[in-house]
Design a protein around this ligand. Structure first.
Ligand code: ZN
Length: 94
C-alpha cells in the first residue's frame, strides 16, 4: 500500500496576550513559572466517533483569584483543594 501526502494550509489562532477576565489586565508569563487560573465549564458529550463539547471559560490573574474568587468560594463554604501537578497527590494544609 502506498500512501500519498499533500500539504494543506490551516488557519490557526494563537494566543498573543492572556488577559484576566476580571480586571482586564494582561496575565504576564515569566519563563516556566505559572501564576494564573481559570474557571471552566464543559457541556456536551464524548462519543466514540468524536467529541461534541463546548467550553465556557473565565481566565483570572492571581490578584483577582485572591481578592474576588477565593473569598466568594469561602463565603459558600468551599475550600479549594491543592493538588501536586506532578503526582496528582492532594497537598494537605496544616
Ligand atoms: Zn485580574
Amino acid at each position: 500500500m502506498t500512501q500519498e501526502f499533500k500539504t494543506v494550509q490551516r488557519e490557526a489562532i494563537t494566543l498573543d496576550k492572556h488577559i484576566c477576565d476580571f480586571c482586564h489586565k494582561e496575565i504576564e508569563q515569566h519563563g516556566y513559572e505559572k501564576d494564573e487560573g481559570c474557571i471552566v465549564f464543559h457541556t456536551g458529550g464524548e462519543y466514540p466517533e468524536g467529541n461534541l463539547i463546548e467550553e465556557e471559560r473565565v481566565d483570572m490573574c492571581h490578584a483577582c483569584y485572591d481578592s474576588v474568587v477565593l473569598p466568594w468560594l469561602k463565603s459558600k463554604g468551599i475550600e479549594p483543594q491543592k493538588i501536586d501537578d506532578d503526582t496528582g497527590i492532594l497537598v494537605l494544609r496544616v
